[in-house]
Design a protein around this ligand. Sequence first.
Ligand SMILES: [Fe+2]
Length: 433
Amino acid sequence: MSSLKGRIADQLTQARSRTAVLADAVDDDDLVTQHSPLMSPLVWDLAHVGNQEELWLVRDVGGREPVRIDIDHLYDAFKHPRKDRPALPLLGPAEARTYVASVRDKVLDVLDRVQLEGRPLVADGFAFGMIVQHEQQHDETMLATHQLRAGEPVLDAPPPPPARVPVAGEVIVPGGWFTMGTSTEPWALDNERPAHEVEVPAFAIDAAPVTNGQYEVFIAEGGYDEPRWWSAEGWAHRLSAGLVAPMHWVRDGDGWAYTRFGRTAPVARDEPVVHVCFHEARAYAAWAGRRLPTEAEWEKAARFDPATGRSRRFPWGDEEPDPAHANLGQRHLSPAPVGAYPAGASPLGVHQLIGDVWEWVDADFTGYPGFVAFPYQEYSEVFFGPEYKVLRGGSFGTDQAACRGTFRNWDYPIRRQIFAGFRCARDLRPGEV
Ligand SMILES: [Fe+2]
């Protein structure tokens, strides 16, 4: 087997082990329960992962007979919104497990025989990479479902590393052109392509994501009571949804506590704030006399190397993340404190851009100049437009297979169940360099 095929097989196995951890942590009744109207029952994600794998790898790449053509419609995310999924005649837990295992057997056989060249869908193993990323993204969604379920804790992980260096204040990123997006990353998705030059004026960006401690000051100083910090749409949502603090925060004497995966503890001041929506992020930034970074600013802060003028794959360089670089892959069940990953900082000294929390940026989700939908319009293009805001950098629940300096995520600006925080930026003052 080629090293590429070996790597694909390993990544498929890793994704499936993680899916199993998330599914096997709860009993069958819990698997079929809808824990929030925002989420599918876990058993839907499980079979949906197998169904996408069947459609792309067994049928399309492999040219094989369908395994279960009768269930395609149940697991088509475009046919049934999440809230309606529990009412569907879904596969039960045992059936779903048998189904995904039989699909995987066939896929490993297809992988063994296929030539990973020629046709764009299979060149460099793209379709396999897409399916690995898809499963890992659903694993993050399943982790978010775990965070929404009530009851005793069922997931365990060691705490994240402590702060190793003090990180505060902001970093000035010089103005000029840089390369945004990629045309060379083999498993990059259509929305990350193509590489293109963007001119970004000099700006200042926070050296670290906004922390719980900073966010508590915003709350204490009446940030949620003052419409002038909010956009009109954000304020209307703040009122109708009754927002007073990040999701999962509860009053604890004079301070705050949060419940995470079934365990309640005081809010850790030095950890990045998480479970805030775009509107909250934007309001905080306005209150702080700042703004959210544009998407190009975020990516320039994360990838631009002033010494070479090149854009890196990751803030620390081109090598794949290791545990010293970033808090990724559900190794821990929370963001790490600011300063925990000095080895992951960018050349300009911006920390924790990758991992910990997804970061809202001030951008609608759109295609880059020269965008071409691949391998199908429904991957990204149908979501382009002002309805969705972009998030960058991945969270503690994002696997490295689905995270890189160019990776783009998107969601509605009101969503808070995802592991999302933010950092602030600002224009330079006249004469400031
Ligand atoms: Fe999906």
